[in-house]
Each structure stands twice: as C-alpha cells, then as structure tokens.
Ligand binder design. Structure first.
Ligand code: SAM
Length: 173
C-alpha cells in the first residue's frame, strides 16, 4: 500500500495544490491520500474524479499528522529538497515497499522539523526548490518503475480513449 499524506494545507490558498496532490496520487498509483486540515473541498473534488474515472482510490481529511506518522506500520518517506537524492535511495525504498506500506509525506509551507526526524527517508527529487506535485509525480514513477502507467481502472463511469488528435470520452457500460 502507498499512502500520500499532505501536510500544511492552508484553506483557500492551497486548495488547488492539495486537490492536485490527491489527483496525482490517484493517477500515479497510490492507494490513498490523507489531507491534513481544512481540505474538504479538495477531498470532494478527488472523490468526484474517482467516481467518474474509476478507482480504487480513497481520500480522507484528517485532523493531525503526528499520530499517523508516529504509528505508521511501515516506511515513512518525506519528500523535501533537503533530502537524500531519490536516485540514491529509490532501491532501498522499493525494498521497503515490498515489505510493507509506504507513507509519502509532502508539505505546503514550512514543514516542522519533527517530520524530518520521524521519516525513515528524507528524499529530494533534485535538491532544488520546486513543487510538491512535481516531487510526488517523479517519486511515484520511480517507486513503481513506470508500471503505474499501465494501471487498469475499476468501476469507472467514463473512460478517455487516447487519440492522436481530438478528445474522446466514452461512457463505460
Ligand atoms: N521551503 C519549504 C520547507 O522548507 O519545508 C518547502 C516548500 S515547497 C513549496 C512544498 C513542498 O514541496 C515541500 O514540503 C516538499 O514536500 C515538496 N518539494 C519541493 N521541492 C522538492 C524537492 N526538490 N524534492 C522533494 N520535494 C520537494
């Protein structure tokens, strides 16, 4: 199981980013997203997309992150520009994933130091400042080694038919 934990959501300001964290987690192979704080708008959007385009994928708003990280019965990966290079630790993280669930933590504003401390891996997708959505995408693709792109979706109401030009969406029977 791979679960994405989104910290530090600021209502209003972070709504789109938090929604994109949920949508990206879903699209790129995670099983679940936990959104800390007042992020019910993002939760609703991610749920709607899952209803329409399929799953399984769960999204949930939680009050606090501390117990989730502390009690996580698996590996905690915190994505941060200050961390170890993803290309240096991805193999160890894949090995850990074969043994148990992985919690992938991404921040918004400044992430409290205790998160760095609790994490089993602090991982940088480059050591340059960029975006939690971008970091999450590259990380998940490295974790799954591209297999997430082949995923089949269950219980979708509609499906995009890939095409060279134009847009085609079909209702799923
Ligand atoms: N400066 C903030 C700090 O010191 O915690 C981070 C702000 S950044 C806009 C928001 C989030 O994007 C971070 O918490 C981290 O999860 C992610 N992020 C940004 N750059 C990253 C990188 N190079 N590698 C991994 N994650 C990154």
């Amino acid at each position: 199981e791979v679960v994405v934990l989104r910290l530090g959501h600021r209502p209003g300001r972070d709504d789109r980013m938090t929604t994109h964290i949920g949508l990206t987690a879903r699209a790129l192979g995670a099983d679940r997203a936990l959104l800390v704080g007042d992020a019910s708008q993002s939760e609703t959007t991610v749920r709607d997309i899952t209803t329409r385009f399929g799953g399984p994928f769960d999204v949930e708003v939680v009050d606090s992150y501390r117990d989730i990280i502390r009690d996580w019965a698996g590996t905690v990966v915190h994505l941060t520009m200050y961390g170890e290079r993803v290309q240096d630790v991805e193999e160890d993280i894949r090995a850990a994933h074969a043994e148990g669930p992985v919690l992938v933590v991404v921040g918004a504003e400044k992430v409290p130091f205790e998160v760095y401390d609790y994490a089993d891996f602090n991982v940088g997708v480059t050591n340059q400042p960029h975006s939690e959505v971008a970091a999450l995408s590259v990380f998940l693709d490295r974790l799954f080694e591209g297999r997430e792109l082949e995923r089949e979706w269950e219980d979708a109401e509609r499906e995009v038919i890939p095409m060279e030009t134009g847009k085609r969406v079909e209702e799923v029977e």
